[in-house]
Design a protein around this ligand. Sequence first.
Ligand SMILES: O=C(O)CCC(=O)C(=O)O
Ligand SMILES: [Fe+2]
Length: 312
Amino acid sequence: MDFIPVIDFDVYRLGVDDVTDDNLQTLGEELKRAFCEVGFVYLKNTGIDQMEVNQVMDISKKFFLLPEEKKSSFKRGGYVNSVHHGWVSMETESLNPRRPGDLKEAFNVTSLRTDIEWPSDGVDGFRDIQVSFFLRCKELSLRVLRVMALSLGLESSVFLKAHKCIGSDTNGTTLRSLHYPPVKSEHVKVGQIRCGEHSDYGTITLVFQSHEGGLQVLSRKGEYFSVPSIPGTFLVNIADLMQRWTSDVFVSTVHRVLLPPLGDSSTRQSLAFFVQPEDDAIITCCDGSDKYPALRTEDYLLARFKDTYGIK
Ligand SMILES: O=C(O)CCC(=O)C(=O)O
Ligand SMILES: [Fe+2]
C-alpha cells in the first residue's frame, strides 16, 4: 500500500456511545490494515469538522503574525510546570538533525492550566479556542486507541490505561500549531527544508493540513509520496512508542515537508496533536515478547527532544 486509505469513523464518531461490537470490529480491521502497512490513515466523519479546524488555524496565524517581541513572552522553556508548552521560533528545531533548522515556527499547547500566561493581546479567544480543540482531539484519540487495542485482539483498555492524564502536568500530549511562512529562496541554507525527515515520538499523532498540503510520506519501497489535504478529513499516524509497544506490528513511518516550488509564495499551516503516554508509563511489548526492553516514557521522549533541539 503506497497510498493512504480514507476510513469512515462514523460508527464511533464523537458523541456516539452506543457503538456495536460488530461495528468496532470492522473499523478495527480497516485501521489495523493501514497501520500495519503504511502507518497512516485519513479519518472522515469523526465529529471534528472543518470549521473547528479553521478556527484554530486562524487564531494561531494571528499569533504567528504578531511581532517577535510579543511572541517571546511565551517561549517554550519558560513555563515551570511544562517543558514543552509555548512558542518555538523559526529554525530552532531540526526534525532531521542532519539538516539546518526547519523553516517553521510553532506554538505548543501542553498545559491546560489557567494559572499560566496565555497570549491574549491581539489574539482574543486564543486560550479558549486552543483548549477546546485540544479536548476534542483528546476524546477522538482515546477512541482511536481503544479501537487499535481491540484490532490486535487485546483488552480494549491496554493503551488507554497509560493515557489517563492527557492535559495535566504528568503527560506530555501536545496540540501544536505550525506556521510555514512564504520561503525566500535567497535566504535558504543548503539542505534546509520546511520540516525534516522524521518519525513521531509518542503513540499516535492527528495531523490537520491547510489546503496547500505539502506533507510527504516515505513508502516501504523507499520513495516519498505526497499526501494532500482532503477537506473534512485528517490524518492519524503511528508514532515510535506505539511501534515499540506493538513489537513493530504497527509501523511508525518517516515523513517530511519540502520547500514549496520556486515562485510559490504561499503560507502553509498545520495542526498536529501528538498523543503521548503518561511520563511515568513503562512501555513493554504488548504481545508479551521482549523484542524491545521496557522503557519509561518521559526518559525516552526527552532523549528524542534533545536530538531535535541539537542538545548534546
Ligand atoms: O506540518 C505537517 O504537516 C507535519 C509536521 C510534522 O510531521 C511534525 O511536526 O511532526
Ligand atoms: Fe511528524
